[in-house]
Design a protein around this ligand. Structure first.
Ligand code: FMN
Length: 377
């Protein structure tokens, strides 16, 4: 048998063994931005899991760009050193390529961790000033951000550039810019957050200007042979918000700047979004962007069934498939998915007695039989 999902994919000088991707997942377990043993375990398990590419959680390019005080960061030497330890493990034992997501939380910064309620931090209890395209809060009860002036936009752009250089020194194979989920760059793109009346607000060309400037500055210091992509919210799911058509326009501009792929996520710009959730609910955005721009895309969002993932690639809807919660549920998903599709993926020799065991492989295939066409649609 052969599988499109478990076939190699090349972007610039990076070839991933297969098209299964660990989607970025904030773990809220860093200390002053520095990775801890948790990250060693979390990323280490995925690097050795038969997956094609691991993308780290959002790494904040400056301290105030963290969602919570426990977010991963990449703004100083201590942060770099802590990530170097994680990278050494992933390189020595893992087969997966390693990507890093670089981020700034903008007006959604300064909150409690999800398991502490996610609420904005109170003044005097660790809250910090947030910044955004405009002085509009995310919603009721949220911090009112300070609207960035040009000098501040330079500071943040330069922080993205410094983080890019650090990522290269750390040996990351790829960068994903976080332009989605209502965080800073998305706050420039979306007319819901961006109400500026200078050359960075108003028509789409203006709203795209700052994210494109940041992307171009990062690309200029990132090695030519290494790919750099971006995650966007392909729609705000809101009237008068960012649309899939806007995403196609943005992707076209990014392509001119040397962007290698678009990860099509969605939502997050306010509390009013009405998501239409369902299995593979964002796949059509990846399909549209790919079809209308020719850009490689990554599909994400409620994808778990290996046959569904296979069909996304085989039907030309996307070039890569990323999973988040499914991989927390089962970090060995890639090996099981490969077995279900009748192929193999790499595994550490320490685990070979299980993965090479015919009895278990047959059981996996039986367990994950193709389901009805409605899922593969
Ligand atoms: C625990 C957790 C943390 C996440 N952190 C990030 C993140 O750092 N950056 C990001 O772009 N998306 C983040 N996401 C969103 C996921 O990457 C993914 O897009 C989303 O969960 C949908 O995929 P899924 O249905 O496979 O979980 C996170 C999701 C989860 C569950």
């Amino acid at each position: 048998m052969s599988s499109q999902l478990f076939s190699p994919f090349t972007m610039r000088g990076m070839t991933i063994d297969n098209r299964t991707i660990v989607s970025p997942m904030c773990e809220y377990s860093a200390v002053d931005g520095s990775a801890t043993d948790w990250h060693l375990m979390h990323l280490g398990q995925f690097a050795t899991s038969g997956i094609g590419l691991v993308i780290t959680e959002a790494a904040a390019v400056e301290p105030r760009g963290r969602i919570t005080a426990q977010d991963l960061g990449i703004w100083c030497d201590d942060n770099e050193e802590a990530l170097a330890r994680v990278m050494r493990f992933c390189r020595e034992y893992g087969q997966a390529k390693m990507g890093i997501q670089l981020a700034h939380a903008g007006r959604k910064a300064s909150t409690h961790r999800p398991w502490e309620g996610r609420d904005p931090l109170k003044e005097g209890a660790g809250a910090w000033e947030t910044i955004s395209s405009s002085a509009n809060p995310q919603g009721e009860g949220w911090h009112t951000p300070r609207s960035m002036d040009r000098a501040e936009m330079d500071v943040v752009r330069d922080a993205f550039v410094e983080a890019t250089k650090r990522s290269d020194r750390l040996g990351f194979d790829m960068i994903e810019v976080h332009g989605a989920h209502g965080y800073l760059l998305h706050e420039f793109l979306s007319p819901i957050a961006n109400t500026r009346n200078d050359e960075y607000g108003g028509p789409i060309d203006n709203r795209m200007r700052y994210p494109l400037e940041v992307f171009a500055a990062m690309r200029a210091v990132w090695p030519e042979e290494k790919p750099m992509g971006i995650r966007i919210s392909a729609t705000d799911w809101e009237e008068h918000g960012w649309t899939p058509e806007d995403s196609v326009v943005f992707a076209g501009k990014l392509r001119e700047l040397g962007c290698d792929y678009i990860c099509a996520s969605s939502g997050g710009i306010s509390g009013n979004t009405r998501l239409e959730l369902g299995e593979g609910y964002q796949v059509d955005f990846a399909k549209k962007i790919r079809a209308e721009t020719g850009m490689p895309t990554m599909a994400v969002g409620m994808i778990y069934d290996p046959h569904h993932a296979e069909s996304i690639i085989a039907d030309g809807k996307a070039d890569m498939v990323a999973l988040a919660r499914g991989l927390l549920f089962d970090p060995h998903w890639a090996v099981r998915a490969a077995a279900a599709l009748g192929v193999e993926t790499s595994s550490p020799p320490q685990y070979e007695r299980a993965y090479g065991f015919r009895f278990l492989r047959d059981k996996e295939r039986e367990w994950a039989r193709p389901r009805s066409a409605e899922v593969a649609e």
